[in-house]
Every structure is written in structure tokens, then in C-alpha cells.
Design a protein around this ligand. Sequence first.
Ligand code: ZN
Length: 244
Amino acid sequence: MSFLPPAVFVTFGGKSNSNESSKRSIPQTIQLHSLLIYHKHKMISYPDQINNLIESFCKLPGIGRKTAERFVFYLIKEEKEELFQFADNLSKLHEANFTCPTCFNFSPRQGLCDICSNKKRDKTQICVVEEFHDLNNIENTKLYNGLYHVLGGKIDPPEGVTAEKLKINELLTRIKNNQIQEIILALNPDIQGEGTILYLRKLLLPLNIKLTLLARGLPMGGNIEYADEVTLANALKGRQQLNN
Ligand SMILES: [Zn+2]
């Protein structure tokens, strides 16, 4: 049995007299068929190929179903060649995923990344970041000339990320085997980031090297990935020493 909800009439301006409103012109009286509202709550089913791609886009960070649908309906209109190129780029993503064995940054080749292999970089400083995109953002400030260490996340036990799953042991080995004079902790100022900073501070303080933290120009709960370059540059310049 199909359910058709009653039509809804909305009148703008004038008296609410029903006889008068029935005489109004179309722009004055707008008929909103509540069927539209009814449809909003109904799931629209797409062919499997479309649904599968929507589901794939939904897995990306920050992408909800509506945005995923917009992506898919944009792609449907694209030329076949464009779509093949898009699919080809996706399928080759893992092939190009070289990781620097020293700092765990992406590398364009097997072996050291461009930063670790650059002789002009200051080898006495290591800036510790959570992810590659944080490194990239700090690089864009053009204020830092030292090395990096990408932890691969932050300690977050409810999400199954323990200290052992991050590149913390590798960081300690790096510090012990090289002439490192300063470690800059550039982690996100959120609860997990703060927890990771405390954990690292405890491990690094006995090593007797300068330990600094980005100034809190970054808002609490903010993200280095999304910080503008001026805020990030100020945070870098105003970094605080943790062991003085
Ligand atoms: Zn590297």
C-alpha cells in the first residue's frame, strides 16, 4: 500500500483569512508537498557499482555519505580515459610507498629520503612528528633545517595504538647512535598527543639532550595538518625547552 502524505500549503504575508489566501498568486502561496520531506527519510538504492564506490569514499577521513555521493556522481560524468587514469593511480599507490629506513618519511626511492640524504640539513636536530603530513606542513614553513622522525601516530590505547606500535624504539636508537643535540616534539596538542609527549619526555630526559616542545600557538585539540603556516611558524619559533 502506498502512503501519500497530504499536501501542505504555506501562505506568506497578508491576513490569514482562508478565502483571501485562496485568491493569492502563485509566488505568494507556495505549496510544499510533504512528499519531499517523506522522501528525505527514505534510503535511495543505487546500482551495486555505484553503492560500492560510495562505500569506498565513505572510508576516507572526514567524508560522509553525502560527499561520497557527490564524488561518485561527479566521476560518472567524467570521460572513461580519465576514470581509467584515476583507477590506475589508485592501484599503483602501494608500489610507490617507499619508507625512509631512518626517519620513516616517504621516500621517492628505496633508501634514505630526500631530507635524510641532504648534506645541507642540520644533523644535530630531530623534529618528532606523528604523521608524514605534519612533516610536510613544517617543511612548508621553511624555518626548520634539521631532520625528522615520523612516529606513525600517537599513543591511543582505546584505538589499539600502544607505544610499541610507534617508531619510538627507533627514535631512541637514532639518538644514541648519532650526535643529536636537540629533539623537538611537534605532536598535536590533543589528549593523545599530550599523553605521547609525557611518555617521550620520560624516556628522553635521562639522555641529557635539549628537549623542546612547539609553543602553544596551536589551539588545544588543533591539528598540525590543518594549521596555517604563520601559526605553525610561530609555534616552531616559540618552542619551549622541557628540560631546563
Ligand atoms: Zn628520512
